[in-house]
Structures are given as C-alpha cells and as structure tokens.
Design a protein around this ligand. Structure first.
Ligand code: AMP
Length: 190
C-alpha cells in the first residue's frame, strides 16, 4: 500500500491532481472538503455543524474531521492505498491520521506540497467560482481567510513530515500535465 498526502493552499490544484493520481495508481481518494460538501448537500448533522465554519473559511474542528476520516478509511480499505487531499491541515490532524492509519497496519509514505503563491491562488479561486459556483469561492474575504488559515497552520504540518523525512515539495505553476508529471516522479520513488 502507498499512502500519499497532497498538501497546498486552496486552489493549488489538489483535487484535479488527486483525480489523475487515482486513475494512474488506483488509490482511493479522500477529500475532506468533498466529504463536507456532500454532508451539507444531504443536510446531515455533520454537514450542519460544518456549514458555519465553511461559510467563514474557517477550519472545521479536528474532532469532527478525525471521526469522519476514521470511518471513511475503515470502509474503504484497499490494497493500493489512499490519496489524502485537503487533509491533514493541522498538526493534531496529522498526528490523528498517523494513529488511525497505524491501527490499519499501514503508514504515510510521503506528504507532497504543491507550492503556489497567494496572488496566483486568488486569481485561480476567483475563476473557479465562475465555473463551479462553490459558495466559499465567491466572497473575497472568505477566500483571503482560507489562505490566512492555511498559512497559519502550514509550518506545523510541514515540520511534522519533515522530521520523519516524508516531506516533498513541487512547483504548482504549470500545465495540469506538467504538475502531474512532477507528482508522479515523487510518488514512483516513495
Ligand atoms: P476544501 O475544499 O478542501 O478547501 O474545503 C472546504 C472547507 O471545508 C474548508 O474551508 C473548511 O471549512 C472545511 N475543511 C475541509 N477539509 C478540512 C480539514 N482537513 N480540516 C478542517 N476543515 C476542513
């Protein structure tokens, strides 16, 4: 099994790349953002709890996330592995993920940061708002808050993986295929 964490600010292209990675490697895709949007659409208690945070661009509390992730992993165990997209986003989430994944007799092979600067991110999210119509992409203040939250938590998550020699970084500017190739070069060797 190979388990990979895709890390990067909102709009870095994690979701797009995760889908391509799933096609090539057969991993199971775990996106906490997609999970919350789904819960919200179905108006579940988790969705109702998450809504207030998502609307403001704040992070949903770690306890809510970890329980949801644990259930997902339990129900989607497979031979190939998982690609984690938008999770973990905080140090307690990274620690929690290790606990969960160890309980399932496997480990994280690497965390790959897709690096994109803040200015480019704002441009991309504004464009995505026109195409996908995501509520949290439409408001500039919410977008800025999501970037600030990411920048606030980023170093602690990065250091957690650096200490384990599991941190990798790629340039997130380029075509979808160029970025995919950069990711595959790392995934193939870890
Ligand atoms: P995303 O599509 O990954 O940007 O997620 C959309 C929103 O869902 C975020 O702005 C958060 O409010 C919430 N969310 C998604 N993943 C997480 C996470 N790992 N930890 C906390 N909140 C999250």
């Amino acid at each position: 099994m190979k388990n990979i964490v895709l890390f990067g600010p909102p709009g870095a292209g994690k979701g797009t790349q995760a889908k391509k990675i799933v096609e090539k490697y057969g991993f199971v895709h775990l996106s906490t953002g997609d999970m919350f949007r789904n819960e919200l659409k179905n108006n579940t208690p988790v969705g109702q709890k998450a809504k207030a945070y998502m609307d403001k661009g704040e992070l949903v509390p770690d306890s809510v996330i970890l329980e949801m992730v644990e259930n997902f992993i339990k129900n989607n165990m497979n031979d190939k592995g998982f690609i984690f997209d938008g999770f973990p986003r905080t140090l307690p989430q990274a620690e929690g993920l290790d606990e969960i994944i160890t309980r399932h007799d496997t480990a994280i092979n690497g965390m790959i940061e897709i690096f994109v600067n803040d200015e480019e991110i704002i441009n991309r999210i504004t464009k995505r708002a026109e195409i996908e119509g995501r509520e949290d992409d439409k408001n500039v203040e919410v977008i800025e808050n999501r970037i600030n939250v990411y920048n606030r938590e980023k170093d602690s998550v990065k250091e957690y993986y650096q200490k384990q020699n599991k941190y990798y970084k790629i340039d997130g500017i380029g075509t979808i295929d160029e970025i995919f190739e950069r990711l595959c070069n790392i995934i193939d060797t870890i």
